[in-house]
Write a protein that binds this ligand. Structure first.
Ligand SMILES: *Cc1c(COP(=O)(O)O)cnc(C)c1O
Length: 378
């Protein structure tokens, strides 16, 4: 088949041609005097994407999971109490990591398909007069279910209790697609990765940290660490270098994806995602229909990758990833494939019901009309 596979999973996302080509360049010397010309502006531009008011950004040659681990290892000690919630596969995995790294997790176990339980958080924080809780965790966008949580609300709960705990946010599938206001929301560690909103291959763990997180790191020392240790990066990053071999080609790609994001305008990128239904949709298959069969059928019959249901919702849910490099045409295309696939799998779907509704919505809410080039006067 000569047609490129249609990729609608919530990461890795589609890579714009400009980004792909920006990585197809000769390797450069990571210790040369020129190298900081690539790296220093990237650190500064990332701060704009995270909307930080202070602090710094770390870039690890890892996936997002590495940035998760770095956030914990550099700010918390084994035995520290933390507040977390679990409502999907990614929030589940972060809890699992925290426990394996020796943290004492006070866990809010929520129904999958919900988000961070703000009232419970507020209640628990208000009762923690001795400030035993050292950090509060929140998964901004639970990629397993498509549910976005209210990070400003978590900040409110902390402030209402006058609680000094660090605020740790997983923004792997939100940063660059949904608004992330680290400074305004008082987020201390925000975890991201290259293969979602940044439209790159997997391979960069991107961790933005506030000055408060840097101070906590200095004050309590964190836990044993090496690969993901902040202090080694701080020493070298300020000069534009890294403590070990950086993923230079991915940094070249990141330069290009940041250029694309700023050329479109960060707020326009968010507005586009909002219009195209944010980042990921989780669809509950009708009773008696195996959602894994839907995903398999779409792949083999229509050259279309959808996201499977993970863990608890395996076989019940399938997902459409629609974040990163995406437009109306692509949303229409995947809905077309999904309609056909669902019919193939025995769901009595009416052809055109989804694609038609999408066309109707996009037509009514189009913002492009104003941008049509004006005919030149004769
Ligand atoms: C993808 C994802 C992760 C995991 O990132 P990896 O790059 O696969 O390590 C963590 N959290 C969320 C919300 C994600 O979407």
């Amino acid at each position: 088949m000569s047609v490129t596979p249609h990729l609608f999973i919530p990461g890795p996302t589609n890579i714009p041609d400009a980004v792909r080509m920006a990585m197809n360049v000769p390797m450069i010397d990571m210790r040369s005097g020129e190298y900081p010309k690539l790296t220093l502006p990237i650190f500064e531009d990332l701060k704009k994407v995270f909307k930080m008011k202070d602090g710094r950004v770390f870039i690890f040659p890892s996936s997002g999971t590495g940035a998760w681990e770095s956030a914990i290892q550099n700010t918390l000690k084994p035995g520290d109490k933390v507040l977390m919630s679990r409502f999907g596969q990614f929030s589940l995995l972060w809890v699992d990591m925290a426990e394996r790294l020796g943290l004492k997790v006070e866990l809010c176990d929520e129904e999958w398909g919900t988000g961070v339980p703000l009232e419970k958080y507020a209640d628990i924080l208000a009762k923690d007069k001795a400030h035993e809780i050292k950090a509060v965790f929140a998964t901004h966008n639970e990629t397993a279910t498509g549910v976005t949580s209210d990070i400003a609300g978590v900040r409110k709960a902390l402030d209402a209790a006058k609680h000094p705990a660090l605020l740790m946010v997983d923004g792997v599938s939100s940063v660059g697609s949904l608004d992330m206001r680290m400074g305004e929301w008082g987020v201390d560690c925000c975890v991201s990765g290259s293969q979602k909103g940044f439209m790159l291959p997997t391979g960069l763990g991107i961790l933005a940290v506030s000055q408060k997180a840097l101070d906590a790191n200095k004050a309590n020392g964190g836990m044993p660490r090496c690969f993901l240790a902040w202090e080694d990066h701080i020493k070298t990053n300020d000069l534009g270098y890294f403590p070990y071999t950086p993923a230079t080609q991915l940094l070249q790609g990141l330069r290009c994806s940041l250029d694309l994001i700023f050329a479109e305008g960060l707020e326009n990128v968010f507005a586009r995602h909002h219009r195209l239904a944010d980042t990921v949709s989780a669809i509950l298959a009708p009773e008696g229909i195996d959602s894994a069969q839907i995903v398999k059928t779409a792949y083999y019959r229509y050259n279309t990758s959808l996201g499977v249901g993970l863990n608890k919702v395996a076989g019940r849910v399938f997902r459409i990833g629609h974040l990163g490099s995406l437009d109306e045409f692509m949303v229409g295309g995947v809905l077309f494939a999904v309609e056909m696939t669902m019919k193939d799998c025995g769901v009595p779907v009416k052809f055109g019901s989804g694609t038609g509704a999408a066309a109707e919505y996009f037509n009514k809410t189009s913002t492009k009309a104003a941008e049509l080039p004006k005919a030149k006067a004769a």
